[in-house]
Design a protein around this ligand. Structure first.
Ligand code: NAD
Ligand code: UGA
Length: 339
């Protein structure tokens, strides 16, 4: 097991059933937040392996059963309505812990609940991992770097985070979740994995979830002006969801605790993103500048050297290839056919 020089105890024994020849599946995997955007794509990949049994626990705050409809009723799949701020008793070998609202408008909607989800929810999932000897992966975020003063961001950078701002419930919440992961690792020998995810996009994002790529595509298809929040020079790096899922699974299966940045280093200003969406989807759409929200990070780009080196991972899908795939899904859901 990777130690980062910190582990003092061996992990608890995994379930003896893991190697049973008589069960239908050998690996029971819990995905919290599995009814959401990234989670449901992860479930699709995990279900492709016939040796996996997948349990999703989700409270449907921002996720939907619709994202999992092809698996409902499948003998290797189980869906539980569950809020991770409450304890969960299941017997599993791996936990992908994704449950948490991710879009700023949703995580700011009930900030106290967002903190509880990050802190109590992660404590509960670590308690579960400890009881059953499961390996646990946390989907942390590039927001742990705050408004970064180091560019691009490496995992060794400690960040520049406002502890009392309107985004703090999310970024400080995820920072505490990372701390809890390492404390359980050091104190109890739990096998942990931490992914620091950078902005991810793709089919199944909530149409009105307020994140920039979904906003611009939905606006273009509805013939509404693309709303670039000022100043428009702020940057983000956008990773297509299939690349993200591949990175998360490699991290889970590998021997490194992380934290490891998983994201696409292609960096764009929000004006550049709007112009790309306009060119690809609706050349006559208007782009308008609107007010921004407090503490919006000014620049963000992952340094993925570590992911390349220890996971052999790098993203394959470029923004110009991923946007049309997302457009297709949004057209279907919005009922706007291509002319
Ligand atoms: N998409 C991104 O760009 C991005 C970037 C960085 C980190 N992440 C992280 O990845 C994870 C998934 O993000 P996503 O984009 O798929 O978001 P999402 O909102 O689509 O999915 C989150 C899921 O968690 C569920 N959930 C929320 N609170 C819960 C609770 N208390 N109990 C049980 N379920 C709960 C929601 O119903 C939803 O299904 C999150 O942890 C997020 O912080 C995402
Ligand atoms: O990758 C991450 O680590 C984090 O990134 C995002 O947070 P953010 O980058 O603020 O995401 P958006 O709301 O999509 O905003 C991106 C940029 O687009 C701008 N924006 C947003 C919406 C819009 O209509 N127009 C617009 O210009 C925002 O001002 C911001 O500068 C995610 O929503 C978080 O879940 C995630 O943890």
């Amino acid at each position: 097991m990777a130690t980062n020089g910190t582990t003092t105890k061996p992990p608890p024994m995994p379930s003896p059933l893991r190697n049973s020849k008589f069960l239908q599946s050998n690996m029971r995997i819990l995905v919290t937040g599995g009814a959401g955007f990234i989670g449901s794509h992860l479930v699709d990949r995990l279900m492709q392996n016939e040796k996996n049994e997948v349990i999703v626990a989700d409270n449907y705050f921002t996720g939907s059963k619709d994202n999992l409809k092809k698996w409902i009723g499948h003998p290797r799949f189980e869906l539980i309505r569950h809020d991770v701020t409450e304890p969960l008793m299941v017997e599993v070998d791996q936990i992908y812990h994704l449950a948490c609202p991710a879009s700023p408008i949703f995580y700011k909607y009930n900030p106290v609940k967002t903190i509880k989800t990050n802190v109590i929810g992660t404590l509960n999932m670590l308690g579960l991992a400890k009881r059953v000897g499961a390996r646990i992966l946390l989907t942390s975020t590039s927001e742990v770097y705050g408004d970064p003063l180091v560019h691009p961001q490496t995992e060794s950078y400690w960040g520049n985070v406002n502890p009392i701002g309107v985004r703090s419930c999310y970024d400080e919440g995820k920072r505490v979740a990372e701390t809890l992961m390492f404390d359980y690792h050091r104190q109890h020998g739990i096998e942990i994995r931490i992914a620091r995810i950078f902005n991810t996009y793709g089919p199944r994002m909530n149409i009105d979830d307020g994140r920039v790529v979904s906003n611009f595509i939905a606006q273009a298809l509805r013939g509404e002006a693309l709303t670039v929040q000022k100043p428009g020079t702020q940057t983000r790096s956008f990773c297509y969801v299939s690349d993200m899922v591949d990175g998360l699974m490699r991290l889970m299966e590998g021997d490194q605790t992380g934290p490891i940045n998983i994201g696409n280093p292609g960096e764009f200003t929000m004006v550049e993103l709007a112009e790309t969406v306009k060119e690809l989807i609706k050349p006559d759409v208007e782009i308008k500048m609107v007010e921004n929200t407090p503490d919006d990070p000014r620049q963000r780009k992952p340094d993925i050297s570590k992911a390349k080196e220890v996971l052999g991972w790098e993203p394959k899908v470029k923004l110009r290839e991923g946007l049309p795939l997302m457009e297709e899904d949004f057209r279907l859901r919005l009922g706007v056919l291509k002319k």
